[in-house]
Write a new protein. Sequence first.
Length: 152
Amino acid sequence: MNKQPKETSGVEQTVDETVNAGREAVEKTTKTVAKAAREAAQANGWTETADKQAATLTAFQGPLVEATSQAFGRYVEGMAELNQEMTRFVAERLRYDAEFGHALAGCGSFAEAAEMQQEWMKKAADDYMAEARKLGEIGQKFVADASRTPGA
């Protein structure tokens, strides 16, 4: 099978860079803390205990960083999806509202304007209810994805 490399968006690339920077910072901090603990233990004659603690800290560090980076990636993806949907909705509503304003300006009577206003209000209410449902669905999917076990 010929697989094409996956193209990454700017958001995904930024997330990856942030996750990698965070991973490197955690690894560096873990090594620094382990070194300081070992030095303090050696100064007090607790070398064996310090070595065990450093090994334990190092063993937890990898999975913890991986789980944190996956959770952060899911969070950013979910927020990006919500942001994209809200941006789409606002743009659509602004376009419709501008068209409505133009049509309203061309009304020939008060009765016609009132009827157009009622139709506009009904459509706006329907659109906002539909958008609230859609955002709720995206939010539910986001929570379901975030609650999955990392790597699953």
